[in-house]
Design a protein around this ligand. Structure first.
Ligand SMILES: Cc1cc2nc3c(=O)[nH]c(=O)nc-3n(C[C@H](O)[C@H](O)[C@H](O)COP(=O)(O)OP(=O)(O)OC[C@H]3O[C@@H](n4cnc5c(N)ncnc54)[C@H](O)[C@@H]3O)c2cc1C
Length: 498
């Protein structure tokens, strides 16, 4: 193997590159690994010269628009699960440090009903898994991995038109008319990617709108404190104690993220105008609402157009929720708002080509409903799996095949056997969670609330092992030794100290 093309510089593509650099490049010194990304570079990269800025201070604090910034296109905030945190920490402890400094972590998700009545706490991780769930702006997480990619190994603004599988090599064709030939292609090009069309069984599978739209916003310190001040003397106001609260109502779901640690401290000095970048910085408060909407909004639908619908959906809910919505998208409250219809790819028949020279990873292979909280974690698990398998198959003598074509086939077989069942299991679980956010009748709501209350009461410590304790290195080793890999994680995780 001499050359690898990665299509897409999202979190999945960047981590695949970094893991391959770590595990494969030391064994194959002249190996070329190149990422092709359709978006132009983020402004801080286009302004820099030969290397990336190495820390947040050196990065211009700059807002950007959807059309100019790949990281912003990913939008909003997300919860990074403990299994994903561990993979990123294994990849590079400095990435973990960066993430830790830009996130807040929680061991529990608080669950409540729309009146603010608590149902209980649900595990978000904790000691058993080495970490809790980290809430981080998606752009900040993307920055943390993107800035580790060597600039000479990434081409921005090069949209892939088609990937063509060949007996010995793969041709990657670009919209600009050019093409490259490589030995191996990783399609990490997300829900709308083109690489999947090179796998005949999965060609033409299109993402489908799942009927739910996610609307959200982030709020700055001043606005959040103003809201909390106004509410503090009102009756029946519940201010969550957990940084992440999930509220279930009759026909909608509302997630709240509050920077509890900072809220409990004295107000910080107001940041100088222009110093804040809520697209990358941790917001003081954030929220997202999920509810059915038909037809779906387009990616250009402005926040203001859906804000009234969000307010109507949450009318009469606990006052903190309505206050957060009312104060969002208002000048001076922080401008980060997003409207995201949920596009989900149906299960793909195949993730790899017959030649074994093309494989799909991340959302391109398994776009999962956001309810899983596992999209990023699965993408980075894929990345680590690919690199460890490549190392064993192409660099170590443990794998016997001498013919390179056979090696590629082996790589793809093992990869699909390891990753497809795990991701399909997570998607199935996430769909069940998503269904709790659809319109329910009074009886169904009562059943849902009782089930969630009971779950929180009796949930064993190991309840989230299947998601959170999955260990990539162990499963790869098992697969290489001919043993059946596990779909779910099991048991307590042994983690290195920070
Ligand atoms: C509303 C919402 C909330 C979410 N919440 C969470 C959460 O809480 N926790 C979590 O873990 N995950 C969450 N996710 C999922 C998570 O964001 C994704 O699973 C993860 O970012 C996948 O990364 P990726 O690199 O595979 O794909 P992407 O991030 O989609 O990256 C694909 C890249 O490929 C590029 N590309 C596409 N086509 C081409 C082409 N033809 N040529 C070249 N480049 C191309 C794109 O520009 C993009 O940069 C959420 C997703 C949504 C939509």
């Amino acid at each position: 193997m001499k050359s690898i093309a990665i299509v897409g510089a999202g979190i999945g593509g960047c981590t695949t590159y970094l893991f391959l650099k770590k595990h494969l490049s030391p064994h194959i010194p002249d190996l070329e690994i190149h990422i092709y990304e359709s978006y132009p570079p983020p402004p801080y990269i286009s302004k820099s010269t030969s290397t990336h800025p190495t820390n947040a201070e050196e990065r211009p604090n700059q807002r950007s628009t959807l059309t100019t910034d790949v990281t912003t296109a990913l939008g909003g905030g997300l919860g990074l699960s403990p299994n994903g945190v561990r993979v990123l920490k294994t990849l590079d402890p400095s990435i973990y440090t960066r993430i830790k400094n830009s996130s807040y972590e929680t061991d529990v998700f608080a669950l409540q009903v729309s009146s603010g009545r608590m149902l209980g706490n649900f595990s978000a991780g904790g000691k058993r898994y080495g970490h809790g769930t980290m809430f981080i702006m998606r752009a900040a997480l993307h920055d943390a991995v993107l800035e580790k990619v060597d600039l000479k190994d990434i081409s921005f603004g090069r949209k892939v038109r088609r990937v063509v599988d060949g007996e010995e090599r793969v041709r990657v064709e670009f919209e600009d008319g050019g093409d490259v030939e490589v030995d191996f292609v990783v399609g990490a090009d997300g829900v709308w990617g083109r690489t999947r069309d090179a796998i005949p069984e999965s060609a033409g599978v299109k993402a489908e709108y799942d009927g739910l739209v996610g609307v959200g916003a982030s709020l700055d310190e001043k606005t959040t404190r103003k809201i909390l001040d106004e509410l503090k003397d009102k009756k029946n106001v519940v201010i969550p104690k957990s940084p992440m609260t999930m509220t279930f109502g009759p026909s909608a779901f509302f997630g709240t993220v509050l920077n509890i640690d900072k809220i409990n401290k004295t107000p910080s000095e107001e940041p100088a105008p222009g110093d804040q970048d809520l697209e990358r910085d941790l917001p003081f408060a954030g929220w997202w609402s999920t509810f059915p909407m038909d037809p779906p909004p387009t990616s250009k639908t402005p926040f203001s157009e859906v804000k009234d619908q969000v307010l109507a959906k949450h009318k009469g809910w606990t006052p903190l929720i309505t206050a957060l919505i009312e104060n969002s998208g208002v000048e001076g409250a922080g401008e980060v708002t997003h409207v995201l219809p949920r596009w989900i790819t149906p299960s793909l028949p195949k993730w790899t080509s017959d030649s074994g020279r093309i494989l799909l990873a991340g959302d391109a292979a398994h776009c999962m409903p956001p309810d899983s909280g596992q999209g990023v974690s699965c993408a980075v698990e894929d990345a680590m799996t690919i690199a460890l398998l490549c190392e064993a198959i192409f660099a170590e003598s443990s794998v016997k095949e001498s013919d390179e074509n056979e090696k590629f086939k082996k790589l793809c077989d093992l990869y699909a056997n390891l990753r497809k069942p795990r991701c399909e299991y997570i998607v199935a679980e996430a769909r069940k969670r998503g269904d709790m956010k659809r319109e329910l009748g009074v009886v169904e709501q009562t059943i849902r609330n009782v089930v969630m209350w009971a779950m929180c009461k009796v949930m064993p410590e190991s309840a989230m092992d299947a998601f959170y304790s999955y260990d990539v290195a162990t499963e790869v080793k098992k697969a290489l030794n001919g043993k059946a890999p596990a779909v779910k994680g099991k048991g307590k995780v042994v983690v290195r100290e920070d």
